[in-house]
Write a protein that binds this ligand. Structure first.
Ligand code: SAH
Length: 478
């Protein structure tokens, strides 16, 4: 193995297994005979699941419900027998499932199964079951099942939902392609390492392009990639990804997926650790923070890192705080990458202004009082207020103004705004670390905000927000 990105140096096989509450196994049921005792809707759902696995499903119940009748009219795999189950029904059965109310019925069912050596499940009675069903994420032939050992099925379902959002539906096509290609790859008589490499290339591609249906050309280029000295799967790729304001829950699904398929993640200071943690375990993580105003990693350094990794064929995620298109110097990075012929994709993020508005429970626009939103930075290269701000626009009483990087120059900004005609009593808020656990905010007026922010020792990253849309309705009641 010559590619360090494939096996993380710290990743060793576990020294020993923790105790397991259950053993997850995946049971092949095609053509096997299975038994369902009970005529309820719950029994029908299990019969449907078993039939979906290709099992010959025999359902025994004195009263057969309409769901089961409907199911047996749709599939020839479900057979309805309108009587109670008896010993003889358990012959040659792979597994048995029962739905019963009363403990005597459960005991009788379990005794019959045990006698015939058939493992059984009693629906909603994990204590009386030999095996349980998990919550399913179905991308068949790829199947994921989750168990909480009966402790909290709703928790299991919530986890299932989380996985559903993370795993694109197209993965089923990749799993199917793997099935189709397996014999062809076997026929190549590759040695162990080469075979493993092919499947590693396959996995990398599937995770990088889950939505694209794999075709013959993928198969051919996978084999071609075998000839290359490293695991490069074609040319590199850079995604400029909005990391959002801090709270990892505010990442987009696209951002999470990009992080999960990245080889390298370059991230800024502003990016919360919880967001970087979403990256694939094997991904190389590089902090390219500019540390306040003392450049430790210049924009040129960042661009050359991006180019180097992409030219080496890696999938690079460039994580930028908030949205990449807002005061993130994204334009320079996009231009440099395009000039070098590297494919670049932008994944938008939640800008800190949106997170701040959400925290304050305010709308940035209001029909009468806030017709426009303007985003500015109050920090020029020399650390002073920029000298080309449009003061007339900033003094507009019907606008909401969001000031990025505005802590240092807040006093100068407030003085100048009031001098340019903005009412000194205009509501203004400063919000520090919006959406982080340690978020703080101070509500005031534009004239008084600088002093209040200083008294509270407000630090960067903070946003200054000015305008009548930010008025706290409780002030009006007072
Ligand atoms: N692209 C980012 C902005 C980068 S400029 C975005 O869309 O949010 C950096 C400035 O953004 C900081 O100085 C601060 O003014 C603001 N900022 C970023 N994250 C913030 C947060 N969580 N809370 C408050 N302000 C934030």
């Amino acid at each position: 193995m010559n590619d360090a990105t494939i096996r993380h140096p710290g990743q060793r096989p576990p020294a020993g297994l923790n105790d397991l509450s259950v053993l997850p196994v995946f049971f092949k049921l095609t053509g096997k005979r299975v038994l369902v005792a009970g005529g309820s809707d719950a029994a029908a759902w299990k019969a449907e699941l078993l039939a979906a696995c290709g099992a010959q499903t025999y359902v025994y119940a004195e009263n057969i419900g309409s769901k089961l009748k409907d199911l047996s009219s749709r599939t020839q795999l479900v057979h309805l027998i309108p009587r109670a189950v008896i010993d003889a029904d358990f012959v040659d059965v792979a597994l048995a499932i029962g739905d019963f109310e009363h403990s005597e019925e459960i005991e009788a069912f379990r005794a019959m199964a045990r006698k015939a050596g058939v493992i059984c499940n009693v629906i909603d009675k994990p204590q009386q079951s030999d095996f349980q069903f998990g919550s399913l994420v179905e991308r068949s032939p790829l199947v994921i099942a989750i168990s909480t050992d009966g402790a909290a099925p709703v928790f299991g379902q919530a986890l299932r939902m989380r996985l559903e959002t993370l795993l694109p539906d197209g993965l089923r096509h990749w799993a199917q392609a793997a099935k189709n290609w397996r014999p062809k790859i076997g026929a190549l008589n590759l040695d162990f390492h080469a075979r493993r490499k092919v499947w590693e290339i396959f996995a990398k591609r599937a995770l990088a392009h889950p939505e694209t249906k794999p075709g013959d050309e993928d198969f051919a280029s996978m084999l071609a990639a075998l000839e290359q000295p490293d695991l490069t799967t074609g040319t590199g790729h850079v995604a400029l990804v909005g990391a959002g304001p801090g709270d990892p829950e505010l990442l987009t699904l696209k951002a999470v997926r990009a992080l999960q398929s990245a080889d390298v993640v370059l991230f800024d200071d502003l990016v919360a650790p919880g967001v970087v943690d979403m990256a694939r375990r094997e991904a190389l993580r590089v902090s390219v923070g500019k540390r306040g105003y003392k450049p430790s990693c210049t924009q040129e350094d960042i661009i050359s890192l991006l180019l180097d990794h992409a030219k080496a064929g890696r999938r690079v995620v460039r994580l930028k705080g908030g949205d990449p298109s807002i005061f993130g110097r994204a334009g320079e990075e996009i231009a440099a990458l395009q000039q070098a012929g590297i494919s670049v994709e932008i994944i938008p993020g939640v800008t800190s202004a949106s997170a701040a508005a959400a925290s304050l429970k305010r709308s940035l626009t209001e029909r009468e009082t806030a017709r426009r939103v303007q985003m500015i930075t109050a920090h020029a290269r020399n650390g002073q207020l920029p000298d080309d701000l449009d003061w007339r626009a900033l003094a507009d009483r019907k606008a909401t103004t969001i000031v990025y990087m505005g802590v240092r120059t807040l006093q100068a900004l407030a003085d100048r705004l009031c001098a340019e005609g903005l009412d000194p009593n205009t509501p203004a808020v400063i919000i520090e670390r919006a959406s982080w656990p340690e978020e703080r905010h101070i509500r005031s007026t534009i004239a008084k905000l600088p002093q209040a922010a200083e008294a509270a020792a407000i630090q960067s990253p903070s946003l200054v927000m000015i305008g009548h849309a930010l008025r706290d309705p409780q002030d009006e009641q007072a």
